[in-house]
Write a protein that binds this ligand. Structure first.
Ligand SMILES: *Cc1c(COP(=O)(O)O)cnc(C)c1O
Length: 216
């Protein structure tokens, strides 16, 4: 079933769109099941769980961190993360940059943009974003934007959220042509990923539609 779910999604993703299988709250055996079906890129949102899985599961897994990250937890995440998709404050970005410089690494990050109508979701506003893009970073590489659409059945609201983040990314690419690696747009989850494909998604983050309801 898990294999069928994966196949169903992968068949619909255009080439060039990466599937991050969101395995948070599912045990390692379940990740292995997806691994055996060929999936190599997984997303986790809690530092402890992320580290435990990254340490015990196959080394060729590409891990994306997608959850809220506190600066005192960087050591649990950054040694294993191919990408941190959920950078939602300048404070965090600076701390990751510092870690990268100190550890001789350049960490790929996405800046999380607040696009949903709900207050609860985190992320930068456009105004907050722009100054970060002007800075010279040495320990991080700004790869693009991540966003979560409003949690609603109203397709037109979701589409307008996705359209906004796509336009923000375009504006950034136009304003900062020197940011050559700023080419990623991570939008789309279980409920709305087919819509995200219409708005330039290069990464979709899908959990429930692959693994079913979360287990713990
Ligand atoms: C949990 C989570 C997902 C996956 O959600 P599903 O609805 O289960 O597909 C995607 N992105 C983020 C940031 C998440 O926290």
């Amino acid at each position: 079933m898990l294999e069928d779910n994966l196949k169903f999604i992968l068949e619909k993703l255009p080439s060039g769109v990466r599937l991050v299988a969101v395995s948070k709250f599912h045990p390692a055996e379940v990740v292995m099941e997806a691994y055996r079906a060929g999936q190599r890129c997984f997303g986790e949102s809690r530092p402890q769980e992320f580290m435990a899985k990254a340490q015990s599961l196959p080394k060729d897994i590409v891990w994306h961190f997608i959850g809220h990250l506190q600066t005192n937890k960087l050591k649990m995440v950054l040694p294993y993360a191919a990408m941190v998709e959920s950078v939602d404050s300048e404070h965090l970005l600076q701390a990751i940059d510092k870690w990268g410089v100190e550890n001789g690494k350049v960490v790929d990050v996405l800046l999380e943009v607040h696009i949903a109508q709900e207050e609860t979701k985190q992320g930068f506003s456009v105004e907050e974003l722009m100054p970060l893009l002007e800075k010279e970073w040495r320990g991080v590489r700004l790869r693009g934007l991540m966003g979560m659409a409003t949690n609603t059945d109203d397709e037109s609201v979701i589409r307008s959220d996705f359209k906004r983040i796509q336009e923000i990314k375009r504006h950034i690419n136009d304003t900062f042509p020197g940011l050559k690696d700023f080419d990623q747009l991570s939008i789309g989850m279980s409920g709305d990923w087919p819509l995200a494909l219409d708005y330039g998604a290069t990464i979709v983050r899908i959990g429930t539609a692959i693994f079913g309801a979360r287990q713990y």
